[in-house]
Design a protein around this ligand. Structure first.
Ligand SMILES: *[C@@H]1O[C@H](CO)[C@@H](O)[C@H](O)[C@H]1NC(C)=O
Ligand SMILES: *[C@@H]1O[C@H](CO)[C@@H](O)[C@H](O)[C@H]1NC(C)=O
Length: 282
């Protein structure tokens, strides 16, 4: 009988053990798990003491993200990005709020450059003349001239060198970036010639001012030094790319890439660039 197997009233056994044996078992497991928890905590403690607080143990040249023999190539990112897999920005009347909100939240993060041992607020990244790319202006989305934020991804200890790689010379000349010994350049084009023809009038808004050809990021924001006590106090510098004259109702594939003497661009490898699709619906 099942009832007997659960509780045997003759021998006073519950599930085959009497109270003394259950008690011994409980005591054994109490100390067993106590010991196990202690062992686990000791390992966690030792591990936490060994792991640096501000950066991964393996980074830069020691990182497994370092691609075989190639120079490091930081990726670029854009905002607004509604979710990680969708790179479409669809500007529609009454549908712009989510983009404005996404940009707003991104910019709310306070970022200070790590200054040896202090948070230095005087080094907060700002673009002093953002033009239309302000929250009051819905970052240009309301007027159909959206401002897209393009930023460089963080790589600990990486210092980009202004200029371009030898194989990028022609592309750099065609982009028409103004050489600046203290800044690296970002340039956006359509993915195809037809895409490029649909985005004729772009304004690049950087900390160094407005430009029709390229945006720039000052080298003073580099290198990224990691976190302070596991808190990120650094935000990568960014530019605004404002699309003033987009052919409506056509999806346009845009590629923004970065130029520097030590940044290796590779379209197939998705290195040193970001891609998004822009549609202005009316
Ligand atoms: C912060 O940076 C400014 C400008 O580089 C510098 O003059 C100032 O001494 C720094 N403050 C601290 C607390 O390090
Ligand atoms: C580009 O757009 C700006 C801002 O809307 C405008 O002032 C300028 O005249 C336009 N330039 C051309 C060549 O269309």
């Amino acid at each position: 009988m099942i009832a007997d197997a659960v509780y045997d009233s003759k021998r006073k056994e519950f599930l085959g053990r009497d109270s003394t044996r259950w008690g011994k078992l409980a005591i054994f497991y109490f100390f067993f798990y106590f010991g196990l928890a202690g062992f686990f905590s000791t390992l966690v403690f030792v591990f936490m003491r060994l792991v640096p607080l501000d950066r991964p143990r393996y980074h830069g040249d020691a990182s497994c993200m370092q691609a075989r023999g190639k120079p490091l190539a930081p990726g670029l990112g854009f905002r607004p990005q509604i979710d990680a897999v969708d790179n479409t920005i669809s500007v529609e009347k009454n549908q712009i709020d989510r983009y404005v909100k996404s940009l707003h939240q991104y910019l709310l993060v306070y970022y200070w450059k790590y200054d040896i041992d202090r948070f230095n607020q005087t080094k907060k990244f700002t673009i002093s003349d953002p033009g239309d790319c302000t929250p009051q202006n819905q970052y240009g989305f309301a007027s159909g001239k959206p401002c897209i934020l393009v930023k460089i991804n963080k790589i600990i200890g990486f210092e980009p060198k202004p200029g371009y790689m030898p194989e990028d010379e022609e592309a750099y000349q065609n982009a028409g970036c103004r050489p600046n010994p203290n800044a690296i350049s970002i340039h956006c084009t359509g993915e195809s010639a037809a895409d490029t023809a649909n985005i004729q009038n772009i304004t690049y808004i950087s900390e160094n001012g407005h430009d029709k050809n390229c945006g720039s990021l000052d080298t003073k924001w580099f290198p990224y030094q990691g976190k302070i006590d596991r808190q990120d106090v650094y935000q990568a510098p960014y530019i605004w790319v404002q699309f003033n004259d987009v052919k409506p109702n056509v999806p346009i594939k845009v590629i923004c890439r970065i130029y520097a003497e030590n940044i290796n661009y590779n379209k197939l490898g998705y290195r040193a660039l970001t891609q998004f699709e822009l549609i202005i619906k009316n």
